[in-house]
Design a protein around this ligand. Sequence first.
Ligand code: SF4
Ligand code: SF4
Length: 487
Amino acid sequence: MTTMTSMAATRYRRGELHEFQAAGQAFVYLVSAGAIFALDDGACAVLRQLGEREMSHGELVAALVEHGHARSDAEELIAELRYVRGIVSDAVTPVSAQPTSPPADFPLQALVLNITNQCNLACTYCYEFGADKIATPEGKPKYMTLETATASVDFLLAQSAGRQAVHITFFGGETLMNFKLLRSVVEYAREQAAAQGRGIGFSLTTNATLLTDEIIAFLADNEIGVTVSMDGPPDLQDLRRVDKRGRGTYRIIEPKLRKLIARHKSRAITARVTLTDGVTDVVRIYRHLKDDLGFDEVGFAPVTSNGDQAYAIADPDMDSVLDQFNQLADEWLAYALRGRRHGFSNVSETIGELIQGVNKSHPCGAGLGLLGVSPSGDLSPCHRFTDADTHTLGHVSSGVDAAKREDFLARGHVSAKYECATCWARPLCAGGCHHEAFVRYGDTGHANLHYCDWIRQWTDTCLRIYGAVAAQNPQFLEHFAERKALS
Ligand code: SF4
Ligand code: SF4
């Protein structure tokens, strides 16, 4: 218990926070809590003073009173800021500023089934075949069998005990090269989940070249979420997304996409764009995919430079990408203030995380609630580690190799990444993608330091969007959270 005497002796200093302005109001992002706090100018000024020198409780109250707070308000604000670690003191029982690891028996929630490692295209940046390749598929099955697929479903349902709903994502290679299996898996998984009184959802990623009317009808009727990997209008799509003879693929997929989007209304249809050297025209790509083709959501993943990829984006072009992201983020905000949803998913995803107040121990669900399964049934942290002997985490028939999984998670924990310890963006970033870290630094547990500045600038943009919506149309955030929970 804190007594009046101990309170008087307490000396406060500023906690870890990031200040930002939105809609003419001051906010702080509280790093230890992963929370956002609106402040008046007086409180901000006092926090800044506290960043320069420690203050006693009495001095802090006096400073707040001097900046216009009533004494009782000042006491209340201090209590709140202590609670969320916006201000800290040695006298207060230390609370870990780091998120704790999830328990070792953290139940599985989703599997990414790589139902084939074969692809009908030869995109020049593909991580399965290009410079980022870590897979060693030689001598392993090219297509998943029904036996392995049903064992995977059984494994998912057994390992997800306690979860009311689970999810399967189908992935490749080109996923639709094994559509027959996909159809059987959906049927089998539905039956098994229903028998246990549980729900199961499905999604897939495809390059869209093999879509047929029959497949489109199946995806729509079974409410299967679809993400299409594509890079934009013809000149950009055809630069790197080519077939094995080097021919562009836009003219093949365009009519198929129009049919898919017209017929499939039960789930959002998403385009996922890989930004590479020469494919950085973010706004033009967004307009084409969203407005001309009619995708519900468009997300972008930039390939940043590590010096030996000809297709990586050079630093000056990354500045242009950020400018264009900011332009679309402003549009996202304008839509939100009118109660409308915008399709730029890079903002939507981060806003969803801010609403949840995430404070990540790991950058993503890989190895936690999510595992990848290769065509042979080998388990891996996620789809990007499929068929990589260096990262096998067990097999669907024998289960997870607990020691390997623990090693992967211990390395990837944000507290193991020295540079992240003092970074205000860590509750959302937590060091960045494990796969990218392995490709660049040879260690899944290395922080992705090559894009820290970029990440911090982008996170600041998303915080400002969140703050502006929270101040001007808070109901939108409530509806957004409800829709996210249902999707
Ligand atoms: S990788 Fe960089 S941006 Fe991300 S948390 Fe670590 S230091 Fe911050
Ligand atoms: S962020 Fe990287 S490690 Fe995590 S799921 Fe995505 S590809 Fe896998």
